[in-house]
Design a protein around this ligand. Structure first.
Ligand SMILES: [Zn+2]
Length: 122
């Protein structure tokens, strides 16, 4: 069985939209395939209205252990070089390129820290 969240990710729609249009909390793979094969009018409309390349969901993946999750992108997210789970030690992440300084932004998704490497000033 798939969750409504799984279905929303597969259909590339927000979770609220899936709930609003009656995607059940649990559904089978066959039921989801039926929706993909014969999309209801609201889904066709939603896809037609999509502008630009802004993604509904992004895959977050830890560079250290490979843990990943799909999350709704947030406007405040930085443009990171790496993500890692918040309990890893900083040294476990790949070294920043020589001449770059690293800053960390926490609170990405459910458990990630974003590692942002910038060329050091001067
Ligand atoms: Zn990790």
């Amino acid at each position: 069985m798939l969750s409504r969240r799984d279905a929303a990710i597969r259909l590339d729609i927000p979770l609220e939209m899936a709930a609003h249009h009656g995607i059940p909390a649990r559904l089978s793979e066959a039921e989801l395939e039926a929706i993909e094969q014969d999309p209801p009018a609201w889904l066709v409309q939603s896809r037609a209205n999509r502008t630009g390349t802004k993604k509904t969901w992004v895959r977050l993946e830890c560079v250290v252990c490979g843990y990943n999750e799909d999350a709704r992108p947030k406007k405040w997210w930085p443009d990171w070089d790496y993500l890692m789970c918040d309990y890893h030690a900083p040294y476990q992440a790949p070294e920043p390129t020589a001449g770059f300084t690293r800053s960390e932004v926490d609170g990405i998704g459910s458990r990630f820290i974003a590692l942002v490497d910038d060329r050091a000033a001067g």
